[in-house]
Design a protein around this ligand. Sequence first.
Ligand SMILES: *Cc1c(COP(=O)(O)O)cnc(C)c1O
Length: 236
Amino acid sequence: MPASTAQDAPPGHDIATALAAVRARIAAAAHRAGRDPADITLVAVSKFHPRESVVAALRAGQATFGENRVQEAAEKFPPLRAQWPGLRLNIIGGLQTNKALEAVRIADMIESLDRPALCDAIARAADRVGRMPQLLVQVNTGDETQKSGVAVEEADAFITAAMTRFGDAVTGLMCIPPVDQDPMPHFRTLAAMAARHGLGVISMGMSADFELAIAAGATHVRVGSAIFGPRPAHRA
Ligand SMILES: *Cc1c(COP(=O)(O)O)cnc(C)c1O
C-alpha cells in the first residue's frame, strides 16, 4: 500500500478519538446489517506508525493490530506484550517464505497464506517454534497479477488442502479488492467461499470500505489510516 500523503500524521492527531469514531461506525454498520457489533473484530493497522501510536491505541482499549512487514512488527510488538497481555498481532499482506519463522514466532494470526511454499515454511517454523498462529487464506479475488493471494480458480482446492494440513489453525479467508473497482462483488465472493468451506473468519474491508465489508459479512476489518492518520511516507 502506498502512503496516502507525504506527511506524518498531523500533530495532535488524536488516536483515541479516531478509534472511538471507527468503533461507532462499525457498530452502526453492524446494526444496519442486522448483525451484532461484538461479532466484528477491529484490526488496527499500525504499519509505518511508531510504537507510541500503538500504545496510544492500546490505552484506548484496542487489542488487535495488523502489520504487513514482519521485521517492523518484530521490532514494535514483542516488547509490548508483557504490559499488554491481551495484545493480538496479525500479519497481513504478502509474506516471504524467509520471514515465516519470525512471523510464526510473533504473530497470533497470519492472514496471508497463499501458496504451497509458504505452507511448507509455516509448517517447518511451527515445528521449530512450538506454536502455530491462526491462519487465513488470502484470496486474490481480483486475480491481479502483482497481488499476493491465491487465484480464485485455485482457491477452493488450496483452501481444502490447507484445512487438511493445518486443521483447526485455518480459521478463515482474507482479501484485498482491486483499488479501482467496486469492492462489493469481491466481498461477496470471499464471504461465499468462506461459507462453502465452513470457515468463520472473513477478513475484508479497510478505511475506505469497511462498512460495505460489514454489510457483506466481514468478521474482521483492517483499518489503518482512519485510526492512525496518514502513514508517514519515509517508511513507505
Ligand atoms: C495497509 C493495509 C490496510 C489498512 O489500510 P487503510 O486504508 O489505511 O485502512 C488493510 N489491509 C492491508 C492488507 C494493508 O496492507
